[in-house]
Design a protein around this ligand. Structure first.
Ligand SMILES: NC(=O)c1ccc[n+]([C@@H]2O[C@H](COP(=O)([O-])OP(=O)(O)OC[C@H]3O[C@@H](n4cnc5c(N)ncnc54)[C@H](OP(=O)(O)O)[C@@H]3O)[C@@H](O)[C@H]2O)c1
Ligand SMILES: *[C@@H]1O[C@H](CO)[C@@H](O)[C@H](O)[C@H]1NC(C)=O
Ligand SMILES: *[C@@H]1O[C@H](CO)[C@@H](O)[C@H](O)[C@H]1NC(C)=O
Length: 321
């Protein structure tokens, strides 16, 4: 009786509302894309996985800044819907859809060929597309599907577009990794689906570690070219990222997330920061946290020798035979 009366007390209600407000405000990052005046007219950007989630908001931001934006998506239907939405919201007609399935090396090669044939320049490449929780499957390239989608496909795509980006310098490559990379391990037999345990997001964690390692090594190789490469953590973001997880897991994620996690738009901030902010000009080989601060990634991601090895093995696995 006393408790229920207490819970209904206006002070309690006011306090709860205040707490919810504080939590909500805390969630907002310190760097707001909309407050950044940088314009991208005359610049071309490619965003992979731009039909939903974080990628859609990254592409929307670039379109608002006047860039020519290429949405690199695997589904014609979902890609077309996003294309229409972005054109409508920004009034920018220079937004285009090109299809690519990042889990297939042939598809990545076909996509890159078309970009190289059609585009005169490429100033921003955002490797955003990624998956989590996929069951084990080996692609026709002999690669485990999550490693192909999250690491080797984007790795090949980036390498195929490098010369164009060098010619377009200054240019920026931004790869969406995750704080989960800290729990990842490097074992090159993983790429072929060997020695893997599918629990607690282990596969995802490994793939995101390769993202950070290879982005750092790429940055080293790109020194002096005017092309920068950084990896980012978007935060814990309410998107479709858990689509392969059980219903109950998704309900809990979204319930908790309503108060504590970022919206897809908020989750796009650190990627947009690395892609356009003047503060990031010339900065390369870094790992950017969800609040747009440059922080140290996991020790494995700072091991230069491991970086060289990972890059070489990834190159070999994605080379045309
Ligand atoms: N959400 C988070 O909390 C979180 C945290 C850390 C890092 N991240 C990273 O942020 C990035 C974006 O994630 P999100 O949360 O926005 O996820 P999402 O809502 O699931 O969106 C993922 C995007 O990637 C695309 N994609 C997946 N597999 C693909 C393939 N084989 N070929 C081409 N495109 C493919 C999806 O296309 P379809 O719609 O056609 O499937 C979709 O557009 C990912 O790299 C993720 O690892 C997210
Ligand atoms: C499998 O993983 C374990 C532990 O990470 C490692 O010691 C071992 O060398 C791996 N096996 C193969 C075949 O790579
Ligand atoms: C993967 O990373 C998440 C987040 O850091 C962690 O909760 C989970 O335990 C990790 N999985 C493994 C197998 O290490």
């Amino acid at each position: 009786m006393v408790w229920s009366a207490l819970l209904c007390h206006p002070v309690w209600v006011a306090f709860t509302a205040l707490l919810a407000f504080v939590v909500r405000v805390q969630r907002r990052g310190p760097w707001l894309p909309r407050a950044c005046p940088v314009r991208l007219r005359g610049k071309t950007a490619v965003v992979t996985g731009a039909n939903t989630g974080i990628g859609k908001f990254i592409a929307l931001d670039f379109a608002r800044r006047g860039a020519r934006v290429i949405l690199a998506c695997r589904s014609e239907a979902r890609g077309t819907a996003a294309l229409k939405e972005i054109r409508d919201k920004t009034g920018n007609a220079d937004v285009h859809l090109r299809l690519v399935d990042l889990s297939s090396l042939d598809s990545v090669r076909g996509f890159a060929e078309r970009i190289l044939a059609e585009e005169e320049a490429l100033h921003i490449l955002v490797n955003n597309a990624g998956v989590s929780g996929l069951p084990k499957q080996i692609t026709k390239d002999g690669l485990e599907v999550s490693f192909a989608t999250n690491h080797l496909g984007p790795f090949l795509l980036t390498n195929l577009l490098l010369d164009l980006m060098k010619r377009s310098a200054p240019a920026r490559i931004v790869t969406l990794a995750s704080v989960n990379h800290k729990k990842g391990q490097v074992d090159f037999s993983h790429f072929h689906g060997e020695n893997l345990t599918y629990h607690m997001d282990a596969i995802y964690n490994h793939t995101k570690l390769h993202n950070v390692i290879c982005t750092k090594e790429l940055a080293r190789r790109l020194e002096g070219t005017g092309v920068t490469a950084n990896s980012v953590h978007p935060g814990i973001v309410m998107t479709e990222v858990l689509r392969h997880y059980p219903f109950t897991v998704r309900v809990i994620f979204n319930l908790v997330g309503f108060f504590f996690f970022k919206s897809a738009e908020e989750g796009a901030a650190s990627s947009i920061y690395c892609s356009v902010a003047e503060e990031m000009e010339g900065i390369t080989g870094k790992y950017c946290d969800s609040d747009c601060s440059l922080v140290l990634p996991a020790p494995l991601a700072r091991d230069a020798a491991l970086g060289v090895k990972d890059f070489e093995i990834s190159e070999r696995l994605t080379a045309k035979l």
